[in-house]
Design a protein around this ligand. Structure first.
Ligand code: F58
Length: 824
C-alpha cells in the first residue's frame, strides 16, 4: 500500500528537533561533518532541512486537490522572478526563530547561510516579479494554482561595470545545484516543431494531422510555492529542454556521433537562457521556440497529468483558467485548438467555444512597438498547423466584424490578427484579445488607455471583455521579510493580521499623530539605512552616509522611465554649485541611488548607464560636494538587493512619462516601506496618490492628455533648451566632456537624442521636476512631518497587496474559490 501524506510524519517543530534534522542532513544529505562543512554545505543542509517541513504540506495539498477537484488557476508566464527561497520558506513554516536559535547553538549565523543562496533570476523586471508575487498570494489565499514557466539554465545576466560601462556576465545560478527544485524526468513530455500538415478524409470528415520534423523533451522541475501559515503548498512547474532519445537514435544509427551531439545541444538550447528584455521585441526564432515549448508542455501536462482520468474535456473551463502573462504564452491558444481538433476529433465550433472560455490575457505595456508580432514566414515554418488555425480564427473573426460594421472596411483591416506591413505577421495581442474571455490592463490608467487607444477597435466591438486589475506586491516578501524592523513595529501596534490582510494597515493612521510612534518609525528607517550602508560597503565597496536623504531610482533602464531626468537633476545641482549660483551648504544632503540593468542590445540604455557612472565619478570625487551630493550605483540590481534598498529609502522616484508606464510595482513597494514618492501621473502612481493623499505625494509633470496634445502639435525639445538656462547649462556641461575626460563624443548620442528627438519629453518635464525636488527638500527639512507623511503612506497603501489583486482576478476573471487544505 502506498503511504498517504497524512501518514508521513512532519519534522519536529522544536529547536532540538531542528538541530538533529539539520545535522542529519549535513552528514547524510551533504556527506559532511560539522568540522569539515563549508558555509555552502551548511546552507544546502539547512535548505534541505527546511524544505522537508514543506514537503508534507505539499503532498497533502496534492491529495486534497485530487479529492476535491477545485477549479485551478494555471498562471502561464515566460518569467518568474522568484528571489531567494530560504527566507520565504522559513517564514511560511514559522521556523525563523527555531532555526536561528538552533544554528546559533552550533555556532552558525543564519544570516550568513542565507547570503549563500543564489537568487533564481528567471525574469527581467516587473512582469516576472509580478508573476512571483501572484503565485505567493494565491497559495496564501488557498487558491489552487499551478505556475507554468521555463527553467532557464542562465537567468538574467549578472551586470558588472568596467570603467563605468555595463558588461554582462552569465548568471550560472544552477552551478552549485538548487536545493529548491525537484526534477521529474519520468514525467517529461515531447514537443514537436517544424514539418508539415496533412489533410485527409476519415469517415467522411476532414482530418488534419501535423507531422513535426523535430522534437524535444520538456522535463518538468517542480518548485514549492508555500502559503503563509496555512498548510497549502502550490506548485510552480518550470520546463527544461532535453534532446529526445529517438531524435538522438536516428542520427546515432546513421553513424554520425558528432551530429547527434550537436542535435542534443540544439534541443537543450531552448531553455538555455532568458532573453534580456529589449526596447522592442526581437522576433528571434529561439524565442518563439521557447514560447511554444513551455506553452505546449504546460497544456499537455495539465490535460494528461493534472486532470483526473476520464475527465470530460467539454467541462475544462470548470476546472481551469489559463492566465496568459502578456503575449509570451499566447501560442497556447492555437495549441489547445489543435489538440481538440486534430487529436480529440472535435469540430471547429465546439473547440473554439471551449477555447474562448479557458484563456484570459493580461497586457503589460502601452508602447506600441513592444507589442509582440511573429512573422508569418517564421511561424509557418516552426508551427505550420498553428498558423493554419490562426488563419481560420482570423477569417471567422473578420467575417463577424464585417457583419457588425458592413461599411467600415478600414476597421475590418485594422482589426486583422494578421498584419500586412512591414511584413505579414501575427499580432499576438490581437489573437489573445479575440480568443480570451477577458483582457486586463494592470492599473486603472493603463486599462483605460488600452480601451481608448491600444486596443480601441476591440474594446468598441466587445467592451465586456475589457477589465482592469491593478497590480500588487506580496507583503510577505516585501514588508515582512525585507523589513523586519518595520514589521515588528507594525505588529506591536496593530497585531500581525496585516500580513495576510494588508488593508488593516489603515489602523496605523491614528499613529501618524503619535509623536512616540513617529520617533520609533524614524528609528526603524535609520536602522534600515545603516543596514544598507553596511551592505553596500561589503557588496560594492560604495561608501554612503547614513545621514543623507536616500533618494532611490531602481528599475530596468528604459528611456520611457527617464533615468536621464533624474540624472539631469543631479547634474544641474552640480552645475549650479560650480557656477556659484548655489552654495553647496544649501543642498539637502542626498545620496541618489540607482539600480538598473540595460538590455545588452539597447544602445541608448547602455549609454545612460555609462553617463550615470561618469557623473557619479566626478561629483563623488569633488570635495565641494562632499557630505552634500553623491551618486551610488551598485551593479546588478536584483530582488535580493531590492529587499535591502527599499526599506532604507526616503524618496522613491517614479518619474516615467505619463501614459508610458503600465503600472509599476516598485512604486508600491516603496510606499509600503515608508518612502515618499516623487512621481508623474502615470501607471499605478495615479492610484497611489489618490490613496495616500496629495499632501503626502510629490506630483509633477505633464499629464497623459497634455503629452498627447504636445506630441500631436509637434514637440520641439530645443525650445526648452533655448528658454531654460538651468537646463541648457546642464546639457552643455555633459556635451562639453566634463564627465568624459574632455571627450565630447562619448555622450554625444544622449545629448543629441535629448535635443533633437526626446521621445519621452524629458526636457519638457525638466523644470517641473526641479521645482518638485525643491518641495521635497523643504518637506525633508522637517523630519518629524516627513515621518508623519511616511507613516500615512504605509497606512494607506494596503490596497497594493497582491492578495487584493488576486481577489480582483478571482471576481472579475477567474471565478475560482478558496480550497483550504485540512491540516494533519
Ligand atoms: C512591466 N513590464 C511594466 N515587461 O513595464 C510595468 O509597468 C508593470 O508594472 C509590470 O510589467 C507588471 O505588470 C515588463 O516588465 C517585461 O519585462 C517584458 C519581458 C519580455 C520582453 C519584453 C519586456
Amino acid at each position: 500500500m502506498t503511504q498517504t501524506a497524512d501518514q508521513i510524519t512532519t519534522p519536529q517543530h522544536s529547536v532540538e528537533g531542528f538541530v538533529q534534522d539539520f545535522l542529519r542532513e549535513l552528514q547524510f544529505g551533504q556527506g559532511m561533518s560539522m568540522s569539515r562543512a563549508s558555509t555552502n554545505d551548511q546552507y544546502l543542509a539547512l535548505a534541505r532541512t527546511v524544505r522537508t517541513h514543506l514537503m508534507s504540506r505539499w503532498l497533502r495539498t496534492l491529495d486534497h486537490q485530487r479529492d476535491v477537484q477545485a477549479k485551478s488557476v494555471a498562471y502561464l508566464s515566460a518569467e518568474f522572478l522568484l528571489g531567494r527561497q530560504l527566507g520565504n520558506a522559513l517564514l511560511a513554516t514559522d521556523l525563523e526563530e527555531i532555526v536561528e536559535e538552533g544554528l546559533a547553538s552550533l555556532g552558525i549565523d543564519l544570516q550568513r547561510l542565507r547570503s549563500m543562496e543564489k537568487e533564481p533570476g528567471l525574469g527581467n523586471g516587473g512582469l516576472g516579479r509580478l508573476a512571483a508575487c501572484f503565485i505567493d498570494s494565491l497559495a496564501t489565499m488557498n487558491i489552487p494554482c499551478i505556475g507554468y514557466g521555463i527553467r532557464y539554465e542562465y537567468g538574467i545576466f549578472r551586470q558588472t561595470f568596467v570603467d563605468g560601462w555595463q558588461v554582462e556576465k552569465p548568471d550560472a545560478w544552477l552551478a552549485q545545484g538548487s536545493p529548491w527544485e525537484f526534477p521529474h524526468p519520468e514525467a517529461a513530455v515531447t514537443i514537436g516543431f517544424g514539418g508539415r500538415t496533412e489533410a485527409s478524409t476519415v469517415d467522411g470528415r476532414l482530418v488534419t494531422r501535423w507531422i513535426p520534423d523535430w522534437q524535444v523533451q520538456a522535463v518538468p522541475y517542480n518548485y514549492m510555492v508555500p502559503g503563509y501559515h496555512n498548510g497549502r503548498v502550490n506548485t510552480l512547474r518550470l520546463w527544461s529542454a532535453a534532446a529526445t532519445e529517438s531524435f538522438d537514435l536516428s542520427i546515432f544509427n546513421a553513424g554520425d556521433y558528432s551530429a547527434a551531439v550537436r542535435a542534443q545541444t540544439a534541443a537543450e538550447n531552448i531553455s538555455k537562457v532568458l532573453y534580456p528584455e529589449d526596447s522592442t521585441p526581437q522576433g528571434k526564432e529561439l524565442r518563439l521556440q521557447q514560447q511554444y515549448f513551455f506553452a505546449a508542455a504546460s497544456l499537455k501536462d495539465f490535460l494528461d497529468n493534472v486532470l483526473p482520468e476520464g475527465f470530460d474535456l467539454h467541462r475544462l473551463d470548470e476546472r481551469i483558467v489559463f492566465q496568459l502573462n502578456d503575449t509570451h504564452p499566447v501560442i497556447a491558444i492555437p495549441e489547445l485548438m489543435r489538440i481538440l481538433l486534430d487529436e480529440k476529433g472535435w469540430d471547429w465550433d465546439e473547440a473554439w467555444a471551449l477555447t474562448q472560455r479557458c484563456f484570459a490575457y493580461t497586457c503589460h505595456t502601452l508602447l506600441p512597438e513592444a507589442l509582440e508580432v511573429w512573422s508569418v514566414e517564421l511561424l509557418g515554418r516552426l508551427l505550420p498547423r498553428h498558423l493554419e488555425i490562426i488563419y481560420r480564427i482570423n477569417e471567422d473573426f473578420l467575417a463577424e466584424v464585417h457583419t457588425a460594421y458592413p461599411d467600415d472596411e478600414l476597421r475590418v483591416r485594422r482589426m486583422s490578427i494578421i498584419a500586412e506591413h512591414p511584413e505579414r505577421a501575427v499580432r499576438m495581442a490581437y489573437l489573445a484579445t479575440v480568443a480570451g474571455t477577458k483582457v486586463n490592463g494592470v492599473a486603472e490608467l493603463h486599462s483605460q488607455l488600452l480601451r481608448d487607444k491600444v486596443l480601441q477597435d476591440f474594446s468598441e466591438y466587445m467592451p465586456e471583455k475589457f477589465t482592469n486589475v491593478t497590480n500588487g506586491v506580496t507583503p510577505r516578501r516585501f514588508v515582512r521579510l525585507a523589513n523586519p524592523r518595520l514589521s515588528s513595529l507594525i505588529t506591536e501596534a496593530i497585531g500581525d493580521g496585516w500580513v495576510t490582510d494588508l488593508d488593516r494597515l489603515r489602523e496605523l493612521e491614528p499613529l501618524a499623530e503619535d509623536a512616540e510612534f513617529r520617533r520609533r518609525f524614524r528609528e526603524v528607517k535609520a536602522a534600515n539605512k545603516t543596514r544598507l550602508v553596511d551592505l553596500l560597503k561589503v557588496r560594492d565597496g560604495i561608501e554612503v552616509s547614513p545621514d543623507s536623504m536616500l533618494d532611490v531610482m531602481v528599475k530596468r533602464l528604459h528611456e520611457y522611465k527617464r533615468q536621464t531626468l533624474k540624472l539631469l537633476h543631479v547634474v544641474s545641482l552640480y552645475d549650479q554649485v560650480r557656477r556659484g549660483d548655489l552654495a553647496a551648504s544649501d543642498i539637502t544632503p542626498r545620496t541618489v541611488t540607482f539600480g538598473a540593468k540595460a538590455a545588452p542590445g539597447y544602445k541608448m540604455a547602455k549609454q545612460t548607464i555609462g553617463l550615470i557612472n561618469a557623473v557619479g565619478r566626478t561629483i563623488n570625487a569633488d570635495p565641494v560636494l562632499e557630505g552634500r551630493l553623491r551618486i551610488a550605483f551598485p551593479a546588478n540590481y536584483n530582488v535580493t538587493l531590492a529587499e535591502r534598498l527599499i526599506p532604507a529609502a526616503d524618496l522613491s522616484e517614479q518619474i516615467s512619462l505619463a501614459g508610458k508606464e503600465a503600472s509599476g510595482t516598485g512604486n508600491m513597494k516603496f510606499a509600503l516601506n515608508g518612502a515618499l514618492t516623487i512621481g508623474t501621473d502615470d501607471g499605478a502612481n495615479v492610484e497611489l496618490r489618490q490613496l495616500v493623499g496629495d499632501e503626502n505625494f510629490f506630483l509633477f509633470g505633464l499629464t497623459e492628455p497634455e503629452v498627447a496634445e504636445i506630441v500631436e502639435k509637434g514637440y520641439r525639445p530645443t525650445s526648452f533648451y533655448e528658454s531654460n538656462a538651468t537646463l541648457r547649462h546642464a546639457l552643455d556641461l555633459i556635451a562639453s566632456g566634463a564627465f568624459s575626460d574632455g571627450d565630447r563624443r562619448t555622450f554625444e548620442p544622449i545629448v543629441s537624442n535629448l535635443l533633437y528627438e526626446d521621445r519621452f519629453l524629458v526636457l519638457a518635464d525638466f523644470q517641473a521636476y526641479l521645482d518638485a525636488q525643491l518641495v521635497v527638500e523643504r518637506a525633508y527639512a522637517d523630519p518629524d512631518a516627513w515621518a508623519r507623511s511616511a507613516v500615512l503612506n504605509v497606512a494607506r497603501s494596503g490596497f497594493f497587496s497582491s492578495d487584493r489583486s488576486m481577489r480582483d482576478y478571482l471576481d472579475r476573471i477567474w471565478h475560482a474559490e478558496a480550497a483550504p487544505v485540512p491540516t494533519a
